[in-house]
Write a protein that binds this ligand. Structure first.
Ligand code: UD1
Ligand code: UDP
Length: 369
C-alpha cells in the first residue's frame, strides 16, 4: 500500500482542457503531489488557447492533430503517445477526463501498462451507444478500465453502480466546470459580441457533434435562419467550431444573414462571460449544458438524448432534437412566454459549487494504491 505521489494528467481537446486546467492548478498547489501534464493535441488551436488563458504549460505534447483526422487516426496516435508518456514519467496514477477519444486511448494505454486510471467526470450516460458518437462508447469503456471514478452527481454514481463498479471506488464530487466558471466569469466584462447584442436579446448558439453532421446540421441551420428572420430583437451569436465540416455548413446557411454574428471560436474566458449574459442558448455541446444550468440560462439542446438529465428535470435544459419545426417552435415558446422563460432561468448548483477540484485533490492525497 502506498500513497499517490506522481500524477500524470493527459487531455487533448478544448472541453477537456477547460475542465482539467482548474484541477491541474489545484494539484500543483499540493506539496505531497507531483503533477505532470501531457496533452495529446487532438485539438490544436482550440486547446492551446485554453492552456494559455488558464496559464497551464504542458510538460509534454503528442501533437497528433491532422486535418480531416478520423477516429482511427486519433485513437492510434494517442495510444502510442500515451504509452511513451507513461513509460517516460512512470506515474502512480493517470488522470483522464470525460469521453473524448484522447481520454479513451490514454485509459487503454494505462490499462495495458497496468497503471491505475482516475476518471474525472465519470458516469455520464445517454444509454444510447450511437449518441453521442463515439463518446458514449468511450466513457463506458473508460469506466471498465479506470480504478477511481470521480462522478459529478449522484445520478452518475448510480449509472456506475448499475454497471458493477464498486461503491468504494466512486466519489461524487461535482463537476470541475463549476470551478472553471468561478475563475472565468467576471462582473465587469465588455466584448464586441455584447455591443452587437446591445439593442436586442443575445442568443448564443454552438453545434459540432459528429453524429449531427449532415442532414441534422442542415436542419439546425435552417431553423436558426428562420428564427433570426422572424424575431426583430434576436441577436444570434455563433462561434464556429474549427472542424471544416461544421464551418462549411454554418457558412452555407447563415453567411450574410441579418441579426446573426458568425465568429471564430471564442476564448474561453470571453465565452463563459458571454454565455452568462445570454438570454437563450441553443447547443449540442455537452459542457455548455452544465454551464447553462450553473448560470441559469434556458437552453434548447439540439440532440435527441442527453447525459445531463438532471438539468432537464430542473427545466433549464429542454431536449428539442434536430427537427427544424420543433426547434423553431420551442424557441418561440421560450422567447415569447415570459412565465415559461422565468421558470427555466434559475441557476442551480446541481453540478457543484466550485469546490470540485479541491475535493478531488484531497481524495488523491489520501487514497492508497
Ligand atoms: C472532439 C471530441 C468530442 C468533443 C469535441 C469538443 C472525440 C471523438 N470527439 O470532437 O467529444 O465534444 O472534440 O469540441 O474525441 N480542428 C482544428 N483545430 C482545432 C480543433 C479542431 O482545425 O483546434 C479541426 C480538425 O480539422 C479536426 C476537426 O476539427 O480534424 C475535428 O476535430 P476532432 O477532435 O476530430 O473532433 P471534434 O468533433 O472536435
Ligand atoms: N467554448 C469556448 N469557445 C467557444 C465555444 C465553446 O470556449 O467558442 C467552451 C464552452 O464554454 C464549454 C466548452 O467550450 O466550456 C464546450 O466545448 P465543446 O462544445 O466543443 O465540447 P463538448 O463539451 O460538447 O464536449
Amino acid at each position: 500500500m502506498k500513497n499517490i505521489k506522481n500524477i500524470l494528467a493527459v487531455f487533448g481537446t478544448r472541453p477537456e482542457a477547460i475542465k482539467m486546467c482548474p484541477l491541474v492548478i489545484e494539484l500543483k498547489k499540493r506539496q505531497s503531489l507531483s503533477t505532470v501534464v501531457c496533452v495529446s493535441g487532438q485539438h490544436r488551436n482550440m486547446l492551446d488557447g485554453v492552456l494559455y488563458e488558464f496559464g497551464v504549460l504542458p510538460d509534454d505534447d503528442m501533437n497528433i492533430m491532422r486535418d480531416g483526422q478520423t477516429l482511427f487516426d486519433i485513437t492510434t496516435a494517442v495510444l502510442g503517445g500515451a504509452k511513451d508518456a507513461i513509460e517516460r514519467y512512470r506515474p502512480d496514477i493517470v488522470l483522464v477526463h470525460g469521453d473524448t477519444s484522447t481520454a479513451f486511448a490514454v485509459s487503454l494505454a494505462a490499462f495495458y501498462l497496468r497503471v491505475p486510471v482516475a476518471h474525472i467526470e465519470a458516469g455520464l450516460r445517454s444509454d444510447n451507444i450511437s449518441e453521442p458518437f463515439p463518446e458514449e462508447l468511450n466513457r463506458r469503456a473508460i469506466a471498465l478500465m479506470a480504478k477511481y471514478h470521480f462522478a459529478p452527481t449522484d445520478a452518475a454514481r448510480q449509472n456506475l453502480l448499475r454497471e458493477g463498479i464498486a461503491d468504494r471506488d466512486i466519489f461524487v464530487v461535482g463537476n470541475t466546470v463549476t470551478d472553471a466558471l468561478k475563475i472565468t466569469v467576471k462582473k465587469d466584462f465588455s466584448h464586441p459580441v455584447l455591443d452587437f447584442a446591445r439593442d436586442g436579446e443575445l442568443i448564443f448558439v454552438t453545434a459540432h457533434r459528429r453524429e449531427n453532421l449532415g442532414a441534422n446540421m442542415d436542419n439546425i441551420m435552417i431553423a436558426l435562419r428562420r428564427i433570426a428572420e422572424q424575431y426583430e430583437r434576436v441577436r444570434m451569436v455563433i462561434p464556429m467550431h474549427k472542424n471544416p465540416a461544421v464551418r462549411d455548413c454554418v457558412l452555407r446557411h447563415l453567411d450574410g444573414c441579418g441579426r446573426v454574428m458568425l465568429t471564430e471560436p471564442l476564448d474561453v474566458f470571453d465565452c463563459h462571460n458571454i454565455i452568462a449574459r445570454s438570454k437563450i442558448i441553443l447547443t449540442d455541446s455537452g459542457g455548455i449544458q452544465e454551464e447553462a444550468v450553473s448560470l441559469g440560462i434556458p437552453t434548447l439542446v439540439l440532440r435527441s438524448v442527453t447525459e445531463r438529465a438532471e438539468g432537464e428535470s430542473l427545466g433549464t435544459l429542454r431536449l428539442v432534437g434536430c427537427n427544424e419545426d420543433r426547434i423553431v417552435e420551442s424557441f418561440a415558446e421560450l422567447f415569447t412566454d415570459e412565465k415559461k422563460y422565468k421558470k427555466a432561468a434559475r441557476a442551480a448548483t446541481l453540478y457543484g459549487d466550485g469546490s470540485t477540484c479541491r475535493k478531488i485533490a484531497d481524495i488523491l492525497e489520501n487514497i492508497t494504491l
